[in-house]
Ligand binder design. Sequence first.
Ligand code: DSN
Length: 416
Amino acid sequence: MNTGKADSLAQGDGQLARILEAEAERQDSTINLIASENIASQAVLEAQRSPIIDKYAEGYPGRRYYSGCVHIDEIENLAITRARELFGAEHANVQAHSGSQANMAAYSVILNYRDTVMGMTLSHGGHLTHGAEVNFSGKLYRFIPYGVDPKTETLNYDEVEKLALEHRPRLIVAGASSYSRIVDFERFRHIADKAGAMLLADIAHIAGIIAAGLHSSSVPYAQVSTATTQKTLRGPRGGLVLCQKQLSSAIDAAVFPGMQGGPAMHTIAAKAVCFHEAVQPGFVDYQKRVLDNAKILASELQSHGLRIVSGGTDNHIVLVDLSSTGITGKDADTALEAAGITVNRNAIPFDPKPPWIASGIRLGTPAVTTRGFGPDEMKRIANLIMKVLSAASDAGTREQVRQEVRDICRQFPIAG
Ligand code: DSN
């Protein structure tokens, strides 16, 4: 189990040690279908909890404001080189603490206050940082939202182009948090060029799939690509900015000192590990299984009568429309959690319900695939989800499903 807990913690702070132990047990005994989560390897965990945690290193390799950075420089250079090679990028900044900060840094380089930007609206699958009113992005910049087509529930590039030509944004943001179809970055680049805009691709969700070559890369088309390392990439929690050479100094300066102080060097070490893991032979096979599992889960749920937004999936995400069941996303995620299946409530496109309630749930296969779940488990999970949804307030059904979930999880323990 991924506790990272040593005996000294149990002896020195039993209270916290018990909470960590309980969380490890929760993870081990439940089925995690949260699309943005994964299970980091022991190597990633070891790097993350190494003594590097103690080191301050404001600056960049060879230009630090602190001494004692000889090995820190080696680590950051290794992470940068590996990220560049993995994605074929001219420049990589590995210091951004999160995907949101990666986006913030990129915006601050490309945009001025109140500039016009286009981004996918949150309610159709975009991210908070793609212009949501409650987020810095929506407060600092004038976002023109684009969404999916009401019929196909997929991106309508002609509509995106029409909007772009009408509003002439300085930047177009492509990419999403809850969109299960291929994103055509080449088309986005054509649209951006036509409208005189720059292109930023937020590949946080699909970075691992791109790294495995199973989704076309944004890097040849977008001046900047931003990502997180903890999702399909299966590394530590953190951000990543990939950009063209001419933006490299500006992006680095935007991250530090523009937005952050000292880099989290222990996380950067763990990022280096995950980039290394992503070029190992097993990684492509893992990503193929992630995609296969998502397809099977979607089609099994469909065969049970549930509607999948856009009719299926091309990636690790399955967005389920619960409208026909009479259960809200909120009630579904509560009932499923009680039965040991973790998901998140999610708006569906054109959702009449507010995001806190939502008409859908978002499912994802990265974490269960890391555990070793395959087609048989996907079919069993679809059955279990249906059981819970068809008796959402029945404690007996939940308990019965909870037991089955425990049995499945016991067959696929989280390594450690
Ligand atoms: N909140 C994350 C997700 O679940 O997709 C993205 O930052």
